[in-house]
Design a protein around this ligand. Structure first.
Ligand code: ATP
Length: 293
């Protein structure tokens, strides 16, 4: 497990991280979200030791993180970092060997990853001759080469087509299942919804929500859909009910308590019919929008 504790960072007079704390558990993937400039890249750079924090610390498996730990992490920085003029396979193999893999293991590992990403036919090409999306696939492969003990990925999905997104999602899920903590930033809330077991939301350098998807959903406001023909308008007059939307017989409402929900259900049945009464679990995307507001 990776823990970020009370990180503070300034650039000149501006404080861009204010007492940022969150954890990246070893079970599942953690999505790191927030508007442009919120401080995600800065946090990831501090985790990787590329930038120094002005306060706070990072722990890995219960101890302050050391350079030796970071050397075994997989990191995909925002500025990427492979050599445009080098061949794809040579480059990945070299990186694997830098991390202590044998030439043969590095080569077969690289071929395997390139195959998983659907670009096994581009192994001899220079990186710069690939499309941007395919270069991105190679960048991701580079971060996975040496079977890292944790993954810190800055917008790994940006620019990938849906097939590559699927390939990458399943590769990351496999690594997560082996107990590797994964932190990745993204602006694609639909992907965060699909992939993440944990969410960290940053706004203007402050944590506004963090935790497991289940905890965050339990804490978020939950609504019900109630369909009660012919017209659900009467719900507006009811105490302990906040009506978010009514369209004919269909209403989206928030109840003040479970008792209120049951009372309204009974009232609706007495008044006519109920064709749907369903709690709606908020998606992570909805939770994000709620906390960022
Ligand atoms: P994005 O989603 O756009 O990538 P982000 O959440 O990753 O944004 P950061 O790149 O961490 O945000 O930037 C946080 C703030 O820190 C921004 O206001 C940025 O301008 C500032 N910042 C980052 N690096 C530097 C630097 N080297 N010098 C000065 N300010 C910086």
């Amino acid at each position: 497990m990776l823990e970020v504790q009370n990180l503070t960072r300034r650039f000149g007079e501006r404080t861009v991280l204010h007492d940022v704390s969150f954890s990246v558990p070893a079970n599942g993937m953690t999505g790191f979200v927030g508007a442009n400039g919120a401080g995600k890249t800065t946090t990831m750079r501090i985790i990787m030791g590329v930038l120094k924090a002005h306060g706070g610390q990072v722990n890995f498996n219960g101890s302050p993180i050391a350079d030796g730990d970071r050397a075994r992490f997989g990191y995909m920085p925002e500025e990427r970092g492979l050599y445009p003029k080098q061949q794809v396979l040579d480059q990945l193999q070299y990186l694997g060997q830098l991390h202590g893999m044998s030439r043969l293991d590095a080569r077969s590992g690289a071929l395997d990853l390139l195959d998983r990403f659907g670009i096994a036919d581009r192994t001899k090409d220079k990186l710069e001759s690939l499309s941007l999306g395919n270069q991105q696939r190679v960048q991701v492969a580079a971060s996975l080469m040496h079977h890292p003990t944790a993954l810190i990925l800055d917008e790994p999905f940006s620019g990938l087509d849906p097939i590559a997104v699927d390939a990458m999602s399943s590769l990351l899920a496999e690594r997560a299942a082996t107990g590797v903590p994964i932190l990745f930033s993204s602006h694609q809330l639909d992907l965060i919804d699909q992939l993440c077991d944990n969410l960290v939301v940053l706004a203007d350098g402050k944590i506004v929500a963090s935790g497991s998807a289940g905890e965050l959903r339990d804490r978020a406001k939950s609504t019900h859909v109630l369909v009660t023909p012919p017209d659900a308008g009467w719900l507006r007059e009811q105490p302990e009910v906040t009506v978010h939307d009514v369209a004919g017989p269909r209403a989206v409402v928030e109840f003040a308590s479970e008792e209120a929900a049951q009372r309204i259900l009974r009232t609706a049945i007495v008044r006519g019919s109920v064709t749907e009464f369903a709690p709606q679990r908020p998606s992570l995307a909805e939770i994000y929008r709620e906390v960022i507001r």
